[in-house]
Design a protein around this ligand. Structure first.
Ligand code: AMP
Ligand code: MG
Length: 485
């Protein structure tokens, strides 16, 4: 374990040069203080967890101090926002501080979000507010704990610096960790600005740093694109299986590593609703819950377009064609496990669709349903769950089919343990995040820290934490989360 000043840097992206990023120093925020830190994320960097409470920690992640080896850079990228190409995005408020090289031989990007203006701020203030920083922190670490690939979060640092959104708020900084911050939009930028040499330089960098095994293949770019398709199919299957709605699936928010990236107005489903729109600014529902699957496909086709200088259109099309079948296979597998099945039957999909139709009609809590289904023997569990459904006859018919399906499973005694290992008791519900944010805005960080702790072990019942495993109160179901952050 290391102290903060013992981190070693190896800034590979910065070395690509000024065509890819610009040197910018963080603009510090006033009176920095630790809001919350993730021990698990600190361990990724070999950092001693107690280092989070040293004054230097808050100074480093609020722009007041910098390691000698850090080289803060704002990256340039573009991307499709809500289906329209925006030629110039880039890091408008986040800086890649550098890449930390760990004892395990891993590289982690240290990205400080809310670090002030950059050449890509487009007139905005370069800041992030406390509430959105807390939301990203909690979501990153909660998704990771659920087994959903995600960027990670080391800490949130609060401050006295005022910022204006709909009202006056306080600035914060979030330290994000990821093996890479290269987005689909990076490739789009060099493609649409017609800079093939730079596109190639980016491609070679990404291949060498993040997809080295693809370099062994006859067509490395094609092999890499295939991996990106596969990883996204797995990622979206997990989002859909656990009811995670990202909210802003613009191509600049899509990671080439297939991890959940750039959290905005995300939400986990409370009541099941296939058409749920978590982003209050998304009037058309482009990024609604069920649209995430076709949108991921759309985004992968936008990336394919940017890769046409390296890969034939036929090969790209064929590889993109793998997305949906791969997604379907992963999703079916995850949902079978959520239902407690260890085998696959052709009619499982239909059984699941019937369940969703019933849940939608009766506004049944999505994640709690699966948890409760595994709480006790199936016959007893469905009897209790039945009360949540308006159309009891239809539910009974479903339950009969479900029990018959279970009877065709090989005998097993560990059903509850098996189901509880895939069905979380605790998810980051919007209202739980909101309660923690309300307290934090009043200067009390205890609730953010407690919620974070609960969410690091989402599958284990934790003593005294029953309140975190309940359906939301009525007010908590209708929170309006916009893009403002
Ligand atoms: P996001 O919606 O957070 O993915 O951001 C989209 C683009 O807007 C990115 O280029 C961000 O860097 C930029 N951006 C968002 N908020 C701000 C802000 N407060 N100041 C400067 N740039 C911002
Ligand atoms: Mg973004």
């Amino acid at each position: 374990m290391k102290a903060l000043d013992e981190l070693t840097f190896d800034n590979r992206f910065a070395r690509l040069g000024d065509a890819f990023s610009t040197s910018v120093l963080p603009d510090p925020i006033e009176a920095p203080r630790l809001v919350v830190a993730s021990e698990a994320a600190m361990r990724l960097l070999d950092l001693e967890p107690t280092e989070a409470y040293s004054p230097v920690f808050a100074e480093l992640f609020s722009g007041h101090k910098l390691w000698g080896e850090a080289e803060p850079r704002a990256m340039v990228y573009s991307g499709h926002q809500f289906g329209h190409y925006n030629p110039r995005l880039g890091d408008g408020r986040g800086l890649l501080l550098g890449e930390v090289y760990t004892d395990a031989g891993e590289h982690w990007d240290l990205h400080l979000k809310g670090a002030g203006q950059t050449p890509w701020s487009r007139g905005a203030d370069g800041r992030a507010v406390l509430r959105s920083s807390i939301r990203e922190f909690l979501a990153s670490e909660a998704l990771y704990a659920l087994g959903i690939p995600s960027s990670r979060a080391l800490c949130v640092i609060g401050s006295d610096t005022p910022v204006w959104r709909e009202k006056q708020e306080r600035a914060a900084m979030l330290l994000r960790l990821a093996p890479s911050h290269v987005r689909f939009g990076h490739f789009e930028y060099f493609y649409y600005t017609k800079q093939p040499e730079l596109a190639k330089q980016l491609g070679e960098h990404v291949l060498a740093m993040h997809f080295p095994e693809c370099l062994e293949q006859p067509e490395p770019y094609l092999a890499m694109y295939r991996q990106i398709v596969e990883r996204n199919a797995q990622l979206i299957a997990k989002w859909q299986a656990y009811g995670f709605c990202h909210g802003v699936m613009n191509t600049d928010n899509m990671s080439i590593l297939g991890i959940t990236f750039d959290f905005g107005p995300f939400a986990f489903l409370d009541d099941f609703d296939a058409n749920f729109i978590c982003n209050h600014s998304d009037h058309e529902g482009r990024y609604s819950f069920s649209n995430q699957v076709p949108i991921a496909h759309w985004n992968l086709s936008a990336l394919a377009q940017a890769l046409t200088p390296f890969i034939s259109v036929e090969a790209l099309r064929e590889t993109l064609g793998l997305f949906l079948p791969l997604y379907e296979a992963h999703y079916a597998d995850l949902m079978r496990r959520r239902l407690g099945f260890t085998t696959a039957e052709d009619d499982d999909k239909q059984l699941l669709e019937r369940l969703f139709a019933l849940m939608q009609n009766s506004a049944v809590d999505y994640n709690l349903f699966f948890r409760r289904l595994g709480d006790e023997a199936a016959e007893a569990a469905v009897l209790k769950l039945r009360d949540d459904f308006i159309d009891r006859d239809a539910f009974d018919a479903w339950a009969t089919a479900y029990l018959a399906r279970l009877n065709r499973e090989p005998a097993s005694s560990d059903r509850t343990a098996r189901m509880h290992a895939v069905n979380p008791l605790y998810v980051l519900r919007n209202y739980l995040a909101q309660k923690a944010i309300d307290a934090a805005e009043d200067g009390d960080y205890e609730e953010v820290r407690r919620l974070h702790r609960v969410l690091t072990r989402p599958f284990e019942a934790q003593a005294g934490m029953e309140a975190y495993a309940q359906r939301p109160p009525e007010w908590g179901k209708h929170l309006e989360i916009s893009c403002s952050s």
